[in-house]
Ligand binder design. Sequence first.
Ligand code: FES
Ligand code: FES
Length: 162
Amino acid sequence: MTDTSRRIRFMLNGRPVSTRAESHLDLVDLLRRFNLFGARESCGQGLCGCCTVLVDGVAVSGCLMLAQLVDGKSVITVESLDEGGTLSHVQQAFVDEGAFQCGFCTPGFVMMTHALLRENPNPDESEIRDFLAGNLCRCAAYPEIIRAVRTAASRMRSPQAA
Ligand code: FES
Ligand code: FES
């Protein structure tokens, strides 16, 4: 059988890594090889957002992206969002607003919220809904999620008031 793997090198949560990746391997399964389980695979079809990670700062569905395509790029996962054990503003806001029940979708929402607030620090409710439209929560914690995004945005704009 033809070996379709090739060596890739990329930045993973701020540190350089290298591994061999088969041509069919997706990004979520690549992350598993580095013991990163925060990006969840649910639908496997780009429909739910549970597998969201940032690639060169852009939110992508890890289940749809081939691992070989991250060669030379920077990948950020939910595991790296805290700062020295302190939750990021987004993570803390999700906790404070109770923006989850089972938590399965939460890493995807948190990553997507980071991407949103990076590009729009003060989104209104309709902008939040639009941006998060590709993320599904089976527990329907949407009202709390919206509140968490607004709380995180407010704290990030005025961190001293947090
Ligand atoms: S598992 Fe990737 S979008 Fe649903
Ligand atoms: S908290 Fe359960 S799927 Fe969102």
